[in-house]
Design a protein around this ligand. Structure first.
Ligand code: 2P0
Length: 352
């Protein structure tokens, strides 16, 4: 039996300008453009293998070794689009010899190396990896931006994970979504000394899913309209500029303000949505204390926080400030939990 396979990894991306709100729920068209940083392949990521064979009697998807349905409306759309592109390849002149993979059932095996659905953008990495793996299996010639439109239909934020580094998701204007796609602002190497530290405050599944949270915010928050019309368009341009100019002060300020703005619209939803908890708020206060000190000393903001639809914090900083930042957090951690940073072997990533 012939089995065709392809394997890829796709890292998590963490938005610094948040996507929150859909203008079309079927096509996953957003109410604002967003920006994110895709972590490196060595960090949080989904590993996905896609296979197809004449012997497979149905489509099957294993996520973290659990059989999941592939009959969800979103996955049906995603597969339909990918198969359509493969058919185009198969039907184009000179490709008559290619196997008709578009007619075969698929087996998808996917594993995350981090907690699923705990506000760590698992759906972004997961859907992006799935689309990437099938595109590779089908040997699609289309650009990443083109493929990102398919990933977007699976999960909005997934479209950004197709690119590494600094990525924008342009909301687009068309009602068919043909211009709502991810584009690269700059590759990771452009600003390679930016690091992300993830503080997992809770690995539990979130109470309110992003999809339903967004719907509630769009429907009930007055602040939301102000955010998408008066705040985000200018912030989008400013943040892109700060990335291209490697202006950490500006990038950090915009990132923190946007996280706060997004969580304000959650609180302004009715009934309110609470994603942050007491630990999250303590982290926010601590980051501002660290920055106040360094701004006083040398005018520099050295660390930025951002929170997605959950209480876990992502801190962005430049590598040269890592020691200062980690020292503060290790000290707090050891005071609160008895955790001893001296016992952590960084080279081997082991705690003795
Ligand atoms: C983001 N989030 O920009 C924002 C910030 C959460 C907070 O994208 O319904 O899982 O699949 O399009 O992409 C989470 O939303 O939602 C998200 P769907 P998704 O990263």
């Amino acid at each position: 039996m012939t089995v065709y396979t392809a394997t890829v990894t796709s890292p998590v991306n963490i938005a610094t300008l948040k996507y929150w709100g859909k203008r079309d729920t079927k096509l996953n068209l957003p109410t604002n453009s967003s920006i994110s940083v895709t972590l490196s392949q060595n960090d949080l990521r989904t590993l996905t293998s896609a296979a197809c064979s004449e012997e497979y009697e149905s489509n099957r998807l294993f996520l973290n070794r659990k059989l999941e349905s592939m009959e969800t409306p979103r996955l049906i759309e995603v597969l339909k689009d990918l198969k359509k592109l493969r058919e185009k390849v198969e039907n184009s002149e000179g490709n008559e010899h290619l196997p008709k993979l578009s007619q075969l059932n698929l087996l998808i095996v996917s594993e995350n190396n981090f907690p699923t659905a705990a506000g760590l953008a698992s759906s972004a990495a997961g859907l992006s990896a799935l689309v990437k793996a099938i595109s590779k299996l089908y040997e699609l010639p289309d650009s990443l931006s083109e493929i990102s439109k398919i990933a977007r239909k699976g999960s909005g934020s997934a479209c950004r994970s197709l690119f590494g580094g600094y990525v924008a998701w342009e909301m687009g204007e068309l009602s068919n979504g043909e211009d709502s796609k991810a584009v690269e602002i700059a590759p990771l190497e452009h600003w390679p000394n930016i690091k992300a530290l993830i503080l997992v405050v809770s690995a539990h599944k979130k109470d309110v899913s992003s999809t339903s949270g967004m719907q509630l915010t769009v429907k009930t928050s007055d602040l939301f309209n102000y955010r998408i019309n008066n705040i985000v368009p200018q912030r989008f341009e400013e943040m892109k500029k700060s990335i291209l100019e490697k202006d950490f002060n500006k990038f950090a300020e915009l990132t923190m303000k946007d996280s706060n703005s997004f969580h304000s619209t959650c609180l302004d939803s009715y009934p309110p949505i609470f994603y942050l908890n007491d630990y999250s708020r303590r982290i926010i206060r601590l980051v501002h204390l660290i920055n106040e000190k360094s701004v006083k000393e040398n005018g520099k903001i050295i660390v930025a926080y951002t929170f997605d639809a959950g209480p876990n914090a992502v801190l962005y900083y430049e590598e040269e400030n890592e020691k200062t930042i980690l020292n503060v957090f290790y000290k707090i951690l050891s005071e609160v939990t008895g955790w001893d940073a001296q016992k952590f072997d960084f080279k081997n990533q082991e705690y003795s």
